[in-house]
Design a protein around this ligand. Structure first.
Ligand SMILES: Nc1ncnc2c1ncn2[C@@H]1O[C@H](COP(=O)(O)OP(=O)(O)OP(=O)(O)O)[C@@H](O)[C@H]1O
Ligand SMILES: [Ca+2]
Ligand SMILES: [Ca+2]
Length: 570
């Protein structure tokens, strides 16, 4: 990239052109999604009537970036149109007849908001909600300040919009208690609004703090922020929740202090997803959306891309993927690699660059998971983040159990090539699974370990069921060595520079302990190739003519696994 208009801290003119977001126009009534504050019924004494928009630009030394806008398609689908209360709802592309559904906006929440809270000033707003400070009048929170996100029912013109709000509340409730997630205190409704009560975060948005520092963070400060983001997101992912709207506006500091705790907010676009499932709706904010979301086949790893974008912005003050139009942004996300050539990248650490690159990998299978990112040397060299259990381990171990014995041997050879640093993450995961005193884990351990972190979200997302399935498979106990072979991700290893060395060294070990003459038919069945495939043509290179053993190419294909081999053939 490297052109000034891509900079958050670019010159004011370029910045203004950059702002294609309708939210940044001066008059609120110009906003396609503007509706008057939903509070006219509740908020009687405010001089501003609660509708004055917070202006970032006047208080900043340079014009700030627009808050990230949601993807147009998302808004059209969820709210029917750009002006939800006026225009007709466009035809739903899935043909599920959304426009004919009468929307039921009864949520079943308590109707006692006014009796319980006294509303104060507005503290923020987004496309979907207005957030106010409020004071609890009774109950355990009596006298305490809270935040109330108010969502007007008039905006809920589609069943999807209603479901989004219900899910936002349900997820906040289920995930309550993690220190880097905003605390939830309850939900209310009346005829006009839904009220989501949360802890009040008084330290402002990450975006504002970034801007107040001139649009850039030092590596050390960025690490502190990123670790907290990863802690929260790793927890969500383990529960089977993908946030889908991670951006600097959706992180708040609890206090104004420099070392304030950071909290993830706004689960309005979050979704349940189990480890076997792929989501397909295009959701999020354009600058932060992952390529696989645009390809309509994604899971929790889409959030990791957004964290990569955030890390990139924190460290250099520029957006990694930029264009003037939404379709232009999508094109750069899909096709272009972010630049690491411009200042300050050459003067930043190699670890910082490597960390960001591993999150901005276009292939979601190569991208680091949240738990893996927490083990990256950029973070572990100075901080000592607590590493949570990682669902990818469950997926990989399950695949290993069902692999052929030949592939298991190949993976065991590959695991022996891992460096001490690479093994650190696997060691942590093994430890979390609670090995017995002889250093073994059984598949039951996978279930027991997960249940310790279980919330209602895990049941709803299908993670509980998935883990039950993994743990009820038949397989012997694993020691650490075999666990490494089982939990190694060949995809991810292929994404690192030293992959070729790993593969060569592993092949040498395999030659010593596992390679043997193999018939083409046997190999085909190992790989799950259908008899209709012209086996001799396809598998010729995989077997060494001299002794009929697996060639290096065959070994690598075997490591890739059955399904990827099969995909390549078709
Ligand atoms: N708990 C809180 N404490 C303080 N301020 C908050 C809190 N929750 C939200 N806000 C403020 O209100 C703004 C809007 O809230 P939120 O992001 O939940 O709304 P939204 O309409 O869903 O946003 P978006 O347009 O990103 O979807 C936030 O960016 C933040 O400034
Ligand atoms: Ca938001
Ligand atoms: Ca939202």
């Amino acid at each position: 990239m490297g052109i000034c208009h891509a900079k958050l801290k670019a010159n004011p003119k370029a910045k203004c052109e950059d702002i294609t977001d309708p939210q940044t126009t001066n008059s609120p009534s110009n906003l396609p999604f503007f509706t008057p504050s939903p509070l006219s019924s509740v908020f009687k004494n405010s001089p501003s009537g609660g509708t004055k928009r917070r202006s970032r630009s006047r208080s900043r030394p340079f014009p700030p970036p627009s808050p990230a806008k949601h993807i147009k398609e998302l808004l059209a689908r969820r709210h029917g149109s750009g002006k939800p209360n006026e225009a007709p709802i466009p035809e739903n592309e899935d043909g599920d007849g959304e426009e004919f559904v009468e929307v039921n906006t009864e949520f079943g929440y308590s109707k006692e908001f006014v009796g319980n809270y006294e509303i104060g000033e507005e503290v923020g707003r987004g496309h979907f909600g207005f957030t106010y400070k409020a004071k609890a009048k009774k109950g355990s929170l009596k006298g305490r300040n809270v935040a109330v996100k108010i969502i007007a029912k008039s905006k809920m013109t589609t069943a999807i919009a209603v479901e989004d709000v219900k899910r936002e509340v349900k997820i906040l409730q289920a995930l309550n208690g993690h220190k880097n997630l905003v605390q939830f205190h309850g939900a209310f409704e009346d005829d006009t609004n839904v009220y989501i009560i949360m802890e009040l975060c008084e330290g402002g948005e990450l975006l504002d703090r970034l801007l107040s520092r001139g649009g850039i963070y030092s590596e050390e400060d960025a690490k502190t922020v990123i670790v907290q983001i990863l802690n929260a997101v790793a927890f969500c992912h383990l529960q089977g929740i993908v946030h889908r709207d991670l951006k600097p506006e959706n992180f708040l500091f609890t206090t104004r202090e420099e070392d304030s705790i950071l909290k993830v907010i706004d689960f309005g676009l979050s979704e349940y997803v189990n480890p076997d499932e792929k989501l397909n709706d295009i959701v999020g904010s354009a600058y932060y959306v992952a390529p696989e979301v645009l390809h309509r086949s994604y899971g929790t790893q889409a959030d990791m891309w957004s964290i990569g974008v955030i890390a990139y912005i924190l460290l250099c003050g520029s957006r990694p993927f930029w264009d003037r139009t939404e379709s232009g942004i999508f094109r750069t996300v899909l096709k272009e690699d972010p630049s690491f050539d411009d200042e300050p990248w050459p003067s930043l650490s190699c670890d910082a660059k490597d960390f960001v690159q591993r999150l901005l990998h276009k292939d979601q299978h190569i991208r680091l998971t949240a738990a893996q990112a927490l083990c990256h040397p950029w973070l572990t060299n100075h901080l000592h983040p607590k590493i949570p259990l990682d669902m990818i381990v469950y997926k990989l171990v399950r695949a290993y159990i069902y692999s052929s014995s030949l592939r298991k041997l190949a993976l065991n050879a590959l695991a022996k090539t891992l460096s001490f640093m690479q093994l650190a993450y696997l060691r942590q995961q093994f430890h979390l699974l609670g090995p017995n005193k002889n250093g073994f884990i059984s598949l039951q351990n996978f279930k027991t370990a997960l249940m310790k972190a279980s919330t209602d979200a895990m049941n709803e997302s299908g993670v509980t069921e998935y883990v039950h399935m993994v743990s009820s498979s038949q397989y012997k106990r694993l020691d650490f060595e075999e666990f490494c072979a089982a939990a190694i991700s060949v995809h991810q290893l292929k994404g690192i520079e030293s992959w070729e060395q790993h593969a060569r060294y592993a092949y040498d070990l395999f030659e010593e302990y596992g390679n043997r003459p193999i018939m083409i038919e046997e190999l085909a069945s190992e790989l799950g190739l259908a008899p209709s495939v012209p086996l001799h043509v396809v598998l010729q290179d995989w077997i060494r003519p001299s002794d009929g053993k697996l060639s290096f190419i065959g070994f690598v294909k075997l490591l890739n696994g059955v399904s990827s081999s099969r995909n390549k053939k078709t």
